[in-house]
Ligand binder design. Structure first.
Ligand code: SAH
Length: 480
């Protein structure tokens, strides 16, 4: 280990920053967040630094740097554009045993700034011992996606209750108590922004632990369900919260539409249970079984992720699942996902609304055509987009219904199969040609059918290849 990472308390401490440009400004802003008392030494100042000096947030010395400027300071930063001045600051600091950082010069520095994630009071610092700040920043970004936005709130929640727990519990009990609180129901309630229920659950866990009543403590260990929308399949389209909860879940119930790449983002040791509906199977029976499993695992105190394709509340029966959970008093969190219509439209280049072409959009289920609940006349209106889910098998009937209701045979239509995935295929035509196109290209579920003027903007795969060829040719012909 070349550098020992430490967190240093600088509130009210005198710190000198040599240099008055943009680089110095960034360091000053950081040091101000830490509450340091800053003196900037420079011949002239960046305008933002000047503003800070005018507000007395920093002190400004308009002088050439002198070694004695570092007498009695706690920390020094050299951020000038002269290597000579930076070296002078570094050697004056070392002579006084003042920790010094020379920006972008690990050799002259006695300490370096890590890349940080600030979820105060929780801080994460990443360093590469000066080898590659860019790499350190990338690592930070990767870690950042795993950390809930309300991590700071959780730290404060725990911090506020520490003394109380110290009074109530013996030292050997505390650690497992905190593990249970932070990693369990209480913690996830705080992270979901529900501190009221978190506090209630905390009090009852503490009371049970205090009575050293492990049976009761186990009884109060409440499970919960995360109803997570997994988006259209590309794991990069998962939300940050979806990934965070997948990392916590003990059990994962997943559907047929969930890709392996998405499942890869879940905790390695989580139990995975496939609960997909087989085509032609009894859907109601499968759904009832899902309800039973959700209740069963949550009652055993486990955190259950119910992972659904797209968004849980768009043709996902999420509504029924939360009714069952509410009936059984099981807490749940719903995490929205990118629904197939949005994912497919984005990757096929179809704006679902468009100033000139469509002012409204409907998501419709294309498989339940016998029930007359769809208002076909309004779906066929001009300047309107309709996205049919689960419509591939019923394509001829959907088209017939639209034509019957007055839609023009030239109304553009596009099919997007496996939208957002590497195997995505897009077929474009009109409502009078799309059935044949689908048959010729063998379009299969999962696919959405997008009907409306905007569908004319779809990037049909075959055309796309032709245009790319054309573009390459004309680029080759253009004078350089
Ligand atoms: N809750 C899901 C929809 C479930 S219904 C959501 O919000 O997306 C299943 C239907 O979704 C499929 O029949 C298909 O029409 C559509 N679908 C799901 N994933 C898709 C994808 N990657 N590309 C195109 N359509 C998809």
């Amino acid at each position: 280990m070349d550098y020992l990472p430490i967190f240093i308390q600088l509130r009210g401490e005198p710190v000198v920053v040599a240099g008055g440009g943009e680089v110095a400004l960034r360091k000053v802003e950081l040091l101000l967040r830490a509450g340091a008392r800053i003196t900037v030494i420079a011949p002239e100042l960046h305008e933002d630094l000047r503003a800070l000096a005018e507000q007395n947030a920093i002190r400004f010395l308009s002088l050439p740097f002198q070694p004695h400027h570092l007498d009695g300071v706690s920390l020094a930063i050299a951020a000038t554009d002269s290597r000579e001045v930076n070296a002078a600051v570094a050697s004056a600091a070392r002579a006084r045993r003042v920790p010094v950082n020379v920006v972008d010069d690990a050799e002259l520095s006695s300490f370096i700034f890590p890349a940080i994630i600030d979820r105060s009071p929780v801080m994460v610092a990443v360093g590469s011992s000066g080898c590659s700040p860019v790499l350190a920043r990338r690592v930070r970004q990767q870690i950042e996606t795993l950390l809930p936005a309300r991590l700071g709130a959780l730290a404060r929640f725990v911090g506020d209750r520490r003394k109380n727990v110290q009074k109530s519990l013996a030292p050997e009990q505390r650690r497992s108590f905190w593990e249970r609180v932070i990693g369990g129901f209480v913690g996830s309630r705080v992270l979901a922004g529900d501190e009221r229920n978190a506090d209630r659950a905390f009090e009852s866990e503490l009371a049970a632990a205090h009575n050293a009543d492990t049976a009761a403590a186990d009884g109060t260990r409440l499970g919960e369900v995360y109803l997570i929308g997994a988006g259209p399949g590309d794991p990069d389209l998962l939300t940050l919260r979806a990934v965070q909860l997948l990392q916590q879940a003990d059990v994962i119930l997943y559907d047929r539409l969930i890709s392996d790449a998405v499942l890869d983002r879940a905790r390695r040791d989580a139990q995975r249970i496939f609960v997909g509906k087989e085509t032609g199977g009894d859907h109601q029976k499968t759904q009832t079984r899902i309800h039973e499993l959700l209740v069963h695992y949550a009652r055993r105190g486990l955190r259950v992720a119910r992972l659904k394709g797209g968004d849980p509340f768009i043709f996902g029966r999420g509504g029924e699942e939360i009714e069952v959970l509410a009936e059984h008093g099981i807490p749940y969190v719903v995490v929205p996902g990118i629904t197939a219509a949005l994912g497919a439209a984005a990757s096929a280049g179809i704006p679902l609304t468009h100033r000139r072409l469509a002012q409204s959009v409907t998501f419709a289920a294309g498989h339940a055509l016998d029930d007359e609940s769809l208002d076909w006349r309004s779906l066929s209106q001009p300047h309107h987009t309709v996205v049919f889910y689960m419509g591939v098998a019923q394509l001829p009937r959907i088209v017939a219904k639209l034509l019957e209701s007055g839609a023009s045979p030239h109304l553009p239509a596009a099919l997007v199969e496996r939208g957002s995935l590497a195997e995505q295929r897009v077929a474009r035509g009109s409502i009078s040609t799309i059935v044949d196109i689908a048959r010729d290209r063998n379009i299969a579920p999962p696919a959405v059918l997008i009907v409306g003027e905007v569908a004319s903007l779809a990037r049909d795969d075959e055309e796309l290849i032709a245009t790319a060829d054309q573009a390459r040719q004309s680029a080759a012909q253009e004078p350089v």
